[in-house]
Write a protein that binds this ligand. Structure first.
Ligand code: HEC
Length: 342
């Protein structure tokens, strides 16, 4: 029997199926990506890299940076924080509402909290739990906000604020995503290291900028030359063993300048529709300072009111007073005499 046509059809379908799966579907998913808008600012994203930074991508590729650095941040989940931004008019009702959410708080602690807004009330909860808190805090015109916070190991390392998405690379062709992570992820390196000079010195001598760095130096991207009339403004500020002999200077070649421009242009910190993230608005930027120290602000705050108030329940506060007054037996005995008096 002649199986020829059957074998041909089987091979055809096998190849066609893999073409659909591996070529056509990805092309339909990301092949027609266009610029999108940031949320809620509605700014166009992404913008093409500036000329020098665009050239830097080629230098990045040519020097194999992607062998040790990835440019894709992962994220495991999104959690919610509820931030109380304004107390409104009815403070008593607000304090009662806070006490329903924070059952272990005393009324004095809640009042202390309300005096120092904006502050997060609940952190790292699901959307449902956040909605419960938001509803509870809707009293007397109090203003509370829902913050969306991406979490995951990469974000905990400080490598970025949200996961990388295809749009981030819209104008990078070819994309140097990388898969090895001998060094840190660079998808958002421009926000944590925005200084071009730092990048140049780091490329010239990584171990000088970062103690014990394993990154190889890229000295061939720099030129050591005799100072002609005056020192070049671009010359690297090098000290110690690396400093060139007198009369000489080390200047970056155009390749190094382009690479540094590319590195500072690497930013993936804007919120998009499919990777939501709450960015502190300029007036709310005090939040950023306060947010990490929420527990911190509470504890000193508690010791502050403590004198007359809740000293007995407050063990961390007690420890602080002891430590501070360590040598001062007086302060210890003072609080000791005060305590029974309560
Ligand atoms: C052999 C692996 C390796 C190669 C290749 C490599 N790096 Fe690195 N890189 C590292 C390591 C390890 C670190 C972490 C230590 C440090 O900061 O110096 C690092 C750190 C960095 C940092 C600082 C990141 C931060 O968050 O502080 C930048 C920027 C950087 N590398 C850029 C580059 C560029 C650009 C290239 C290509 C010219 C490159 N690296 C090639 C290993 C490498």
């Amino acid at each position: 029997m002649n199986y020829g046509p059957l074998i041909f059809l089987a091979a055809f379908f096998a190849l066609a199926a893999s073409w659909f799966g591996l070529v056509l579907t990805p092309q339909m998913q990301v092949g027609h990506l266009t610029q999108t808008n940031t949320v809620p600012a509605e700014e166009t994203y992404p913008l093409a890299r500036m000329g020098l930074a665009r050239q830097g991508l080629d230098v990045y590729r040519a020097n194999g940076c992607a062998y040790c650095h990835s440019q894709q941040i992962g994220q495991t989940a999104t959690v919610c924080n509820v931030v109380l931004a304004g107390a409104g008019t009815n403070k008593t009702a607000l304090i009662q509402a806070l006490l329903t959410l924070k059952t272990n708080w005393s009324e004095a602690q809640a009042a202390e909290f309300v005096a120092k807004l904006p502050q997060p009330v609940v952190e790292s909860v699901t959307r449902e739990e956040a909605d419960v808190a938001l509803k509870a805090l809707k009293v007397g015109g109090a203003k509370s906000e829902l913050w969306v916070v991406p979490v995951g190991p990469d974000i905990a390392r400080g490598w970025g604020k949200r996961r990388s998405v295809a749009e981030d690379f819209l104008y990078d062709s070819p994309v140097m995503l990388g898969s090895q992570r001998i060094g840190p992820d660079l998808a958002d390196v421009g926000t944590r290291k925005a200084d071009v000079e730092w990048h140049l010195r780091h490329l010239y001598a990584p171990a000088v900028e970062v103690n014990g760095s394993l990154m190889p130096p890229y000295r061939f991207l720099f030129e050591r030359r005799r100072i002609e009339r005056a020192r070049s403004p671009d010359a690297l500020a090098l000290a110690g063993k690396l400093a060139p002999e007198t009369g000489y200077e080390v200047v970056p070649t155009p390749k190094a300048t382009a690479l540094a421009a590319y590195l500072v242009s690497l930013r993936a910190d804007v919120p998009l529709y499919h990777t939501p993230l709450t960015v502190a608005a300029p007036p709310a930027s005090t939040n950023e300072v306060k947010a990490p120290g929420v527990t911190g602000t509470n504890t000193p705050g508690m010791t502050g009111t403590n004198g007359p108030g809740t000293a007995l329940t407050n063990s961390p506060g007690a420890a602080v007073t002891n430590a501070a007054g360590g040598a001062g037996v007086k302060s210890n005995s003072a609080s000791a005499t005060k305590a029974p008096a309560k």
